[in-house]
Structure formats: structure tokens, C-alpha cells
Ligand binder design. Structure first.
Ligand code: CA
Length: 599
């Protein structure tokens, strides 16, 4: 039997070829705010000893740095916009120190005065009015000038990325893919080519990267790079941002990198990534990573380490050694007053760094020493998130296909379960235990199933009798009927549903009055889909409290909504449910499966 490896747990579909040798691997860190941090008095430590940040990282296995470049990160008065003040003069100082230590340098040209990402790619103010050839010329000359300056200061980069997260192009609108006056892929490629020409002329050995966000989104990468390669853009590396809490699972990333590296015959690199080591906040400025972002690892130093271990394994396993490595984004952005994401704002990132709040290197930053791991912890179960399912009697029992297993290395993996079957006779009111197995761990688990008596107090609630009774219709009766749904998916439950439509304006109400209702608290809901354009409301009345109404906006065929009115206090032993529709000619809808449930 093949030995169970960690990688089989994490990426069951990855291939098990030879991994890229670790000494050829890029272990990179984005240090774009380091210049401002040092200027503002930030200090770094290893084991309590103050040292140079770059030296600490170098000694702990980091062999590349990444720096973003903004054309002119100042406002109209020449005041810094903040976020690191990443102009080329400042960034060259950091690059030069890295080169002197024998580290390699990636420069990330944003071609903007400030933050550029898929949501904004604003032209530098100096180029605001440039289009066509003058803009291409500006891109060419700026790129060349920066690289000449860096070369003259012994800081020539080893890799350059043309633009940052180009999901919708850059230098809007000229290099924008979609939008008003967008230049489309032709406009984008003309600008990319101008920058690439400058880089190749300075030094053809500088690797050129094109970079997108959403590293788990294979169809995006396929589509974008098909367009780029069809236009013969001359580049070497596909870069992907991958934040596990935004961009899919590690399995998604693995599939994408494996696919695009072979489809386009390019090297691939994770150009940005990060994970939290704590949920604490140091500076009172809210952090991007909060409890909602937990994705696959506990937000602990150990969890962050396990994430990096899995990421490294995944990239090293890209076939034909095409996975170059990764750059950890802003690993040294420790909380220092004056170094916010913009001037006079705070730091949203200090819980995703590789240093603690005081500037001490975390054990997770000892990236290749692995001192934090006891390797066997990756296989030792700490806990399994309990499975508890509640259904109403008569409903189908669906147990989750995957359970979350927490391992002692603080990774949280979703693993498949095979559940025992319960016969319908066994699904009686009360609590039940269903046994299951996690085959990958050969581990038995149990799910708790609670079956409750949830009587629907409406009659003919799903119209399966094929007629309205006891529902009633007032108003334009010709607009509304109970029909056998065709196609069948027009019904939400069973085979019949209510359909409305008329070729002229219409108004009707569909209602049912329930009497002999035990007084108590109830919930009313129904399922609806339709054309939209009409005024559709569900209302409850006659129950002894104020009338309550919910307005429904239909959004198109099979785009169902489940309007609900909750916490209805019935004190009269009675309740009236009304659906009212005011339609314009041609408006239509399908209505099904009303529920009136006592809570
Ligand atoms: Ca903060």
C-alpha cells in the first residue's frame, strides 16, 4: 500500500511526479512598505536581537523580494499618498540592499500613481490625456528610465511584472478589456508590448511576468492568456494572486497552475499570497483577515506555517518544474505609526505578516527550517467539526458530503464521508445517530440527526391536487391558474404549481384563510420565480397583530426567491396569507410550496 502522504490529503488530484528542487525555488516576500516602515522607526528582531529585516529574511530562506512601483504616489500638492510611498527612487534603495545580500528582485510596475488591482487601474496623472502612440511611448520611456536608474544603482531586477492584477487590463480606458471607451485586448496588448520592449532592450535575461488575481479561477486564466498568446505577447511567466479566503481552495489553485503551465507552455508563480497568524489587531485599524476569512487553517502561527508548507508542496508539484515559487505579500508590514494603507489611515495587514506586532520574526517566517512542525502532526486528528442536521418529518435526509477535520498542525481539511443509509421507516421524530466513515483516514464518525414535527398548517400548500381549493382568487382570475409544470422545473415542489400571465395589465390576489390554528409564533414562506416588472407582495393578516407585507422582485426564469415572513404572533386562532400581483402586459410568474410552520 502506498504510504499516506500529506500531499494526498491536501491535493488528492495532484500528480505525484518529481518535485522541483527546493534550492531552485522562489521563496519570495513582498517588502513594498519596508522603506516607509524603516523611515518611521520600525525595527525588526530575530530571537529578540535587533537586525536588518532583509538579512533576517535572507538567513531564514527567503531568496527573492518583490517591490511595487507607483509612478508618482503624491497628491496635487506633492504630499505622499501613503501606502508605502513606492516611487522608483525609494524602491531602488530596498532593491539595492537585497541584491547586495545575493537576493533576487521582482519589480511590480503598477503603471498608476497608487494602488492598482482588478477594481481600479487609474492612469498616472502625468499621462491622463495621453492615448494611442503617445501613451505607448510614455510607457516605454518610463519603463526604460526606471530600469536604467535601477541598473545604475546596482539594483537591476531579475524579474519584472507588467501591470498588477490585470483581470480587466490596466491604464484605463486605453488598456482596459471591457468598459466605456475600453481599448479591449488590442489596446491592452499594445501597451504591454511597449513595456516589454523596454525591458528586453535593457536586459533580455530579465524574466517578464503577466499577473492576474483569482489564482483558483482556471476559466479566467484560460480565457485571458488565450487572448494574450493569440496576440503573440512576448513574456515568460504567468503570475497569480492567491489568497485562500478569496481565490478558491488550494486544489483549485493546483488545478489552475498545472493546467495553464502546460496549456500555454509558461512558467507559473504565485505572485501574492498571505494568511493570518492571529485574529488580534495591533493598531485599532480593522484588519482584512477576520474570523470570516478562515479558510483551511486556524489563524495561528502554526496554521500559517502549515499553509505555507502546503503551498510550497503544491507549487513544487507543478509538472515539468514549471512552478517557480511564490511571493508572500507584505510579510514585514508590522504596525508602525505613519505606515497605513494610505496617509492618516491604519494598517489592515499586521496579522498576516511574518513578524509579530513587535517586529520579531515568527516561527512561520523560518520558512525552510520547519522548526515549528512535528511532521506527524499533519496526520493527527485534533477534532472533527460535529455534524448535526435537523429536518422535518417526511423530508429527505441529506447529510453533508464532506466534514471538516482539524489536524494538530492547525490545518482544517474538508474530507469526504461515506454515510450509512437510514431507511425511511427509521426517520422518526426524535434524535438519531448516523454512522459514517472518512475513507482517507479510515476513521469512523457520527452525525446527529434531529427530526422534528413541523406541520404545514396550509392545505394544498403545493397545489398538488391540481386545483386551487381551498385557495381563493380575487381580481383578474383569467391571469392565474394551477397547471402541471412544463418544463417540470417550473414547479419548485411536486408537479403542479401556480402560473400567472396575461397579455394585458392585470391584478389579482391569491389567498388562503387558516382557522382553528393553535395560538403561537409562526413563519410563512413560499417559492416564486418570474419575469419581474410586476409588483408582487406576500402579506399576512387576521392573526391579531399588524398586517405584515414583503415585496418580491422577480429576477427571471428559474431565479427563484423564497420570501419569508417570520415571528408572526397568532392570537386569534386564525391567519390569512395573501399573494397580490399587479402585472403589466406580458409579466409572468410561477408560485409554489407555501409553508405555514409553527415555531
Ligand atoms: Ca490593524
Amino acid at each position: 500500500m502506498r504510504k499516506l502522504t500529506l500531499f494526498m490529503l491536501v491535493i488528492p488530484l495532484a500528480c505525484f511526479g518529481i518535485m522541483k528542487p527546493i534550492e531552485d525555488f522562489i521563496i519570495g516576500v513582498d517588502l513594498s512598505t519596508l522603506y516607509e516602515i524603516e523611515k518611521s522607526g520600525g525595527k525588526f528582531y530575530e530571537n529578540g536581537q535587533q537586525r536588518d529585516c532583509l538579512e533576517i529574511l535572507k538567513d531564514n530562506g527567503f531568496n527573492w523580494i518583490r517591490l511595487r512601483l507607483w509612478n508618482d504616489p503624491t497628491d496635487e500638492n506633492g504630499t505622499s499618498l501613503g501606502g508605502g510611498n513606492c516611487n522608483y527612487q525609494n524602491m531602488t534603495q530596498i532593491a539595492r540592499r537585497a541584491k547586495a545580500l545575493g537576493m533576487k528582485v521582482l519589480v511590480d510596475f503598477h503603471y498608476s500613481d497608487w494602488w492598482a488591482d482588478p477594481g481600479k487601474q487609474i492612469k498616472p496623472k502625468a499621462w491622463k490625456d495621453l492615448h494611442g502612440e503617445p501613451l505607448q511611448k510614455a510607457v516605454y520611456e518610463y519603463t526604460k528610465d526606471v530600469l536604467v536608474y535601477m541598473r545604475d544603482h546596482e539594483a537591476l531586477p531579475d524579474m519584472v511584472q507588467i501591470g498588477n492584477e490585470l483581470n480587466n487590463g490596466f491604464l484605463w480606458p486605453d488598456g482596459q478589456i471591457y468598459g466605456q471607451n475600453a481599448g479591449g485586448f488590442d489596446g491592452l496588448v499594445a501597451l504591454l508590448n511597449s513595456a516589454i520592449k523596454a525591458v528586453r532592450e535593457i536586459d533580455p535575461s530579465i524574466k517578464i511576468m503577466i499577473h492576474l488575481a483569482e489564482g483558483g479561477n482556471n476559466s479566467l486564466f484560460r480565457w485571458f492568456f488565450s487572448q494574450i498568446t493569440e496576440r503573440n505577447v512576448d513574456f515568460d511567466v504567468i503570475g497569480a494572486s492567491f489568497y485562500p479566503y478569496w481565490h478558491g481552495t488550494l486544489e483549485d489553485l493546483s488545478k489552475n497552475l498545472n493546467d495553464i503551465s502546460s496549456t500555454f507552455n509558461k512558467q507559473v508563480v504565485v505572485a501574492e499570497t498571505a494568511y493570518a497568524w492571529t485574529l488580534e489587531d495591533a493598531d485599532g485599524y480593522p484588519n482584512i483577515f477576520g474570523s470570516d476569512q478562515i479558510a483551511g487553517y486556524k489563524p495561528t502561527v502554526k496554521g500559517q506555517s502549515s499553509f505555507l508548507r502546503d503551498l510550497i508542496d503544491l507549487i513544487r508539484s507543478v509538472p515539468q518544474n514549471k512552478g517557480l515559487g511564490f511571493f508572500y505579500w507584505e510579510g514585514a508590514w508590522i504596525p508602525v505609526k505613519g505606515v497605513g494603507w494610505k496617509s492618516n489611515e491604519g494598517n489592515p495587514w499586521e496579522n498576516q505578516t511574518l513578524f509579530d506586532f513587535g517586529g520579531n520574526l515568527l516561527p512561520s517566517g523560518q520558512i525552510l527550517r520547519g522548526s515549528i512542525f512535528q511532521p506527524e502532526e499533519a496526520f493527527q486528528i485534533e477534532d472533527i467539526v460535529p455534524v448535526k442536521v435537523q429536518i422535518s418529518v417526511g423530508d429527505e435526509l441529506k447529510l453533508p458530503e464532506y466534514v471538516k477535520v482539524i489536524f494538530k498542525d492547525d490545518s482544517i481539511r474538508s474530507l469526504k464521508v461515506q454515510w450509512d443509509q437510514l431507511s425511511p421507516q427509521e426517520l422518526t421524530i426524535g434524535e438519531h445517530v448516523v454512522k459514517g466513515t472518512i475513507p482517507q483516514l479510515e476513521k469512523q464518525i457520527e452525525a446527529k440527526v434531529i427530526i422534528i414535527d413541523q406541520e404545514n398548517y396550509l392545505s394544498n400548500a403545493s397545489f398538488e391536487s391540481g386545483v386551487f381549493d381551498p385557495w381563493q382568487v380575487s381580481g383578474e382570475k383569467s391571469a392565474v391558474k394551477v397547471v402541471r409544470a412544463d418544463p417540470p422545473q417550473n414547479a419548485h415542489h411536486g408537479v403542479y404549481a401556480v402560473n400567472y400571465w396575461l397579455d394585458k395589465s392585470f391584478e389579482f390576489e391569491l389567498y388562503q384563510i387558516v382557522s382553528d390554528l393553535p395560538n403561537g409564533v409562526y413563519r410563512v414562506s413560499m417559492w416564486i420565480q418570474g419575469s419581474g416588472g410586476d409588483l408582487v407582495q406576500m402579506r399576512v393578516s387576521d392573526h391579531g397583530g399588524p398586517e405584515e407585507t414583503v415585496t418580491i422582485t422577480n429576477a427571471g426564469w428559474l431565479k427563484r426567491s423564497n420570501p419569508t415572513i417570520d415571528n408572526i404572533k397568532v392570537i386569534t386562532g386564525k391567519l390569512k396569507i395573501t399573494l397580490s400581483v399587479k402585472g403589466n402586459p406580458g409579466n409572468w410568474g410561477w408560485v409554489d410550496q407555501f409553508e405555514l410552520i409553527r415555531k
